[in-house]
Ligand binder design. Sequence first.
Ligand SMILES: *[C@@H]1O[C@H](CO)[C@@H](O)[C@H](O)[C@H]1NC(C)=O
Ligand SMILES: *[C@@H]1O[C@H](CO)[C@@H](O)[C@H](O)[C@H]1NC(C)=O
Ligand SMILES: *[C@@H]1O[C@H](CO)[C@@H](O)[C@H](O)[C@H]1NC(C)=O
Ligand SMILES: *[C@@H]1O[C@H](CO)[C@@H](O)[C@H](O)[C@H]1NC(C)=O
Ligand SMILES: *[C@@H]1O[C@H](CO)[C@@H](O)[C@H](O)[C@H]1NC(C)=O
Ligand SMILES: *[C@@H]1O[C@H](CO)[C@@H](O)[C@H](O)[C@H]1NC(C)=O
Length: 471
Amino acid sequence: MAMLRLSLLYVSISFFTFSVSIDECGPGLNFCDLSMHLIWTKCALPCDGIRKRETLMCCQQTKLKALNRPDCLQMCNKTLKDIIEERPCAQRCDHGTYDIKKICHCQPGYGGQCCEIATVNSGGFAKLRDINTGAHYSTSTYIGQESKKVMVFHFDFEPANHCSEKKNTCFYEPINIGPDITKQKLHISWDGWTDELAGIFRYNWEIHHLRADARGNLTEVSPMEPFHSKAMVKEEYKPFTYTPPGPGIYSIILDVADKANNSRFARQFVLYDPVSNITTDETFKLYVSSAERETHYNWQSNVQNQMLIGPSLSVSWKGHFRNKFHEDNQLLNSINSFHGTAIDGMYHKDVDNELDDMSGKRTRKAIPNIHGNVLFEIAYAVDHQGGKTITEIPTAISSWKKVDNLLHENQTIDVKRSDGDTVRIWVRSTDIMGNVKEDSTVVHIDTTPPTISAVKIETNVNSTKFDFASR
Ligand SMILES: *[C@@H]1O[C@H](CO)[C@@H](O)[C@H](O)[C@H]1NC(C)=O
Ligand SMILES: *[C@@H]1O[C@H](CO)[C@@H](O)[C@H](O)[C@H]1NC(C)=O
Ligand SMILES: *[C@@H]1O[C@H](CO)[C@@H](O)[C@H](O)[C@H]1NC(C)=O
Ligand SMILES: *[C@@H]1O[C@H](CO)[C@@H](O)[C@H](O)[C@H]1NC(C)=O
Ligand SMILES: *[C@@H]1O[C@H](CO)[C@@H](O)[C@H](O)[C@H]1NC(C)=O
Ligand SMILES: *[C@@H]1O[C@H](CO)[C@@H](O)[C@H](O)[C@H]1NC(C)=O
């Protein structure tokens, strides 16, 4: 029996007076999951109090009934602490005392609505020391002018945001570099960053070389020590180009700091490689595995007619094509998330999932490949002249067929053939950079049983079926 399951989203319109409305919890949200934050409440007084923010929770029931907050909390074994955050209001009466109405009255030397203006005397002293003996020589005191300094405490605990984090359309990536798999220099830019309170102050971008760890995951070896970094105040920023020092996989970390020095980090990967190529390894052959082993896979003793009746041909090229650079450096493996902590443990540098690189071709996900090859295609041609007429690589796009399983490095194909035919099969490999490499193998069709005793090779025998052949 189908049971009506209704999702209810508990919504508090404002913190102090709440009401309840019914809504879908949204995709991917389960009963008791926390979802979006409501906006922070306003500060009631300029120099006092706290702001609060509530996080919505998904409540669910079998009957149409709106739950109130206490019911929801109880059902989900949660307390108010789990869903309500508190922060001090923008300015506090740190240099004064509140009166009964919570108006801030300043200590001597301070002024302003929240006593944020300090009046200080500048000055100091110099101790002179005899550098030979280290003995104290004399002390001079300097008395400076009286001056006023404005100290405005913006309690901004909320770092910058990127527009891509909000639902509304945003045309910018947190970091833009153009193609993320490239042989060209990088065109780096960013846009769409905002900070509601203090405002963006500084950008710092840095670049790391990713290396595979013991488990084969690519990672920044020392997250706190990029090999290149550059800080700039907001006004100095303009798009720029950068050429990585050599082929490899890199991560660019952008640190967007607001005036309160709250940082937000975003990450972008790039696979830069103008150098490597696919090579073929002759110790791992490309061959027709369905041919007779005794003939070194040069002869196949069966035919396939126009109706494709008869056995297929199988081709194998295990380990034959490689992009050694990509394979050895595991450049297509998955990439770890980014977490850095300074030695003192106080400073954290983390890239949130929303600002990690999830778009483009090179994301945190591994790219399926075998020995650095990401695509194999196969083509064939048949002649009756011992293969003389089928030496050119087919150019027609329709001649090429993607293999069924990239990782198998083999393919079975139907080839219409009769006795005395020669079949040439080409395999074309493509790596992630778009480099291609072709190679081919030939098999002759001869339905007469092979003479296994003939181990020696006679070249250019005058066969009736072929003008020239080897046996
Ligand atoms: C809450 O706790 C009770 C007992 O501690 C448990 O039976 C119940 O399943 C819990 N509910 C949720 C939603 O975790
Ligand atoms: C990388 O890490 C994930 C878990 O984070 C793991 O499942 C995977 O096997 C690791 N290795 C590679 C080569 O991706
Ligand atoms: C701001 O944070 C950076 C680290 O990102 C630190 O090096 C710097 O000293 C901080 N500046 C201030 C004024 O706190
Ligand atoms: C890769 O090899 C092909 C020919 O095998 C060549 O045309 C191409 O320039 C090479 N690419 C690089 C990046 O060396
Ligand atoms: C192709 O390779 C896969 C995986 O190595 C293997 O299981 C399969 O038998 C091979 N097929 C042929 C026709 O060689
Ligand atoms: C091959 O045999 C044919 C006759 O069957 C003969 O005409 C021709 O000269 C021979 N070729 C060679 C290279 O021996």
